[in-house]
Design a protein around this ligand. Structure first.
Ligand code: GDP
Ligand code: MG
Length: 178
């Protein structure tokens, strides 16, 4: 009946945080449209996209994705974005130590102001640029473990691990009770 459908199809608000230029918008566009546009313009304000993912246990999750831009410069606005979010993706660029440090700032902000059950992912993007890596996978992995996050390295350019990122988040989301 209907209640069965409701318990098997749920939605979640997901926010992306991280320095400007780390690839947040490209990750979203890769996941939602299967595309990578190297000339894409800087996000203005917040853009909103949704994508439904079917899971192995025959549930579906509709991600309502808030791709923010203002938060990069106006940190005071950020709580407006992550209010009510069930999941957050904190992104850095594996070739930028500065962006990794900024990611840690966002993790602390989420721990202070986010909901207690928020699923958090730490994402090292631009994995295709591994020759210019400055952030070690091991360091990031250890940081993620200490902060109850899961860690994955992605490339929006090659699509490496993009679907896996969203699948891992979906697996960790609390299922609605019917
Ligand atoms: P945002 O400011 O975090 O939303 O970053 P964007 O998604 O706008 O990407 C910033 C720049 O990084 C753009 O020039 C993208 O083409 C580039 N970029 C994004 N993801 C990747 C990636 O996985 N690999 C490489 N090589 N470049 C990327
Ligand atoms: Mg953007």
């Amino acid at each position: 009946g209907d209640s069965d459908i409701d318990s098997k199809n749920f939605r979640v608000k997901l926010v992306l945080l991280g320095d400007s230029g780390v690839g947040k918008s490209c990750i979203v566009l890769r996941f939602v449209r299967g595309q990578f546009d190297p000339t894409s313009k800087v996000t203005v304000g917040a853009s909103f996209l949704s994508q439904t993912l079917a899971l192995e246990d025959s549930t579906t999750v509709k991600f309502e994705i808030w791709d923010t831009a203002g938060q990069e410069r106006y940190a005071a606005l950020a709580p407006l974005y992550y209010r009510g979010a069930g999941a957050a993706i904190v992104v850095y660029d594996i070739t930028s130590l500065e962006s990794f440090n900024k990611a840690q700032y966002w993790v602390k902000e989420l721990q202070k102001h986010g909901g207690p059950d928020m699923i958090m992912a730490l994402v090292g993007n631009k994995a295709d640029l591994h020759e210019n890596r400055t952030v070690s996978s091991q360091e990031a992995q250890e940081y993620a473990e200490r902060n109850n996050m899961f860690f994955i390295e992605t490339s929006a350019k090659t699509a490496d691990n993009i679907n896996q990122l969203f699948e891992e988040i979906a697996k960790r989301l609390p299922r609605p009770t019917s």
